[in-house]
Ligand binder design. Structure first.
Ligand code: ADE
Length: 243
């Protein structure tokens, strides 16, 4: 996967991608990450990328002509991006299904803004606008990195164990079950006995129930679209009746 990120702070992106699993994936050539400075597309003598909003109001707006010159640059390269994604708090919420779809692409171009956002005419030049949540960041860089992290870890060769993401929260449509490691008892709190039993079938069943319970308690909205067996439904019913 190739990622090209346009930002006013390319160092924020490239520094992040030098460390840990992304750094290793980059070194191995499993992913490549190219952070480019949006400012080089400013074409006035002051190098301005932003301007005041028409109609008045606070803050500055990134100019459409500046961003479109960046898009024209990347569209002319080989391979051209499969998607051009604007990070914005008014975008479609990022979700695991969207992450899975994007992880299957060869080249993603991400555009991160600062200030009050972009001139709305930019919408016509991008394939989608994506938000990472119902809060406002100071810029799109952290959002772009969140999208990169979430997609990169699904690319074969990025994570250590080939399929260690298959049981993740959200990939099953449910929150993840709780995990434990040594010591078996800490501050009087013991690891659930079942996990020390070595009984794989029972452990699998316990984990499923824990995932169902957690999801019911913390994110009941997810249960509407999760894939549930009759047994899952019966267990949820049992839990609901308990309370
Ligand atoms: N830029 C500012 N806030 C954002 C958000 N929540 N998601 C994506 N981009 C953003």
């Amino acid at each position: 996967m190739k990622y090209t990120v346009y930002t006013l702070f390319p160092q924020l992106i490239s520094l992040w991608a030098q460390e840990a699993l992304l750094g290793r994936a980059n070194e191995k050539g499993v992913i490549s990450l190219d952070a480019r400075d949006l400012r080089k597309f400013a074409n006035d003598k002051h190098n301005r990328v932003d301007d005041t909003p028409y109609g008045g109001g606070a803050g500055m707006v990134i100019r459409v002509d500046v961003a479109v010159r960046a898009i024209e640059e990347i569209r002319a390269e080989t391979p051209p991006p499969d998607e051009i994604i604007l990070l914005s708090p008014v975008g479609e919420p990022l979700s695991q299904p969207m992450v899975e779809e994007l992880a299957g692409k060869d080249h993603l171009c991400l555009i991160a803004g600062r200030y009050e956002g972009f001139d709305a005419r930019l919408e016509a030049y991008v394939s989608r606008e994506v938000s990472i949540g119902d809060f406002v960041l100071m810029g799109g860089e952290v959002a772009a990195l969140a999208l990169i992290e979430a997609t990169a870890r699904l690319i074969p060769g990025v994570l250590g164990a080939a399929d260690s993401h298959h049981q993740d929260s959200f990939s099953t449509g449910l929150l993840d079950y709780p995990e434990y490691t040594r010591p078996t008892s800490f501050d009087g709190i013991a690891v659930p006995e079942i996990l020390l039993s070595g009984h794989h079938q029972k452990i699998r069943s316990w984990r499923r129930k824990q995932a169902l319970q957690r999801t019911l308690e913390r994110r009941p909205d997810l249960l509407d679209s999760a894939e549930l067996t009759d047994e899952d439904r019966a267990y949820l019913e049992e839990l609901r009746n308990e309370t």
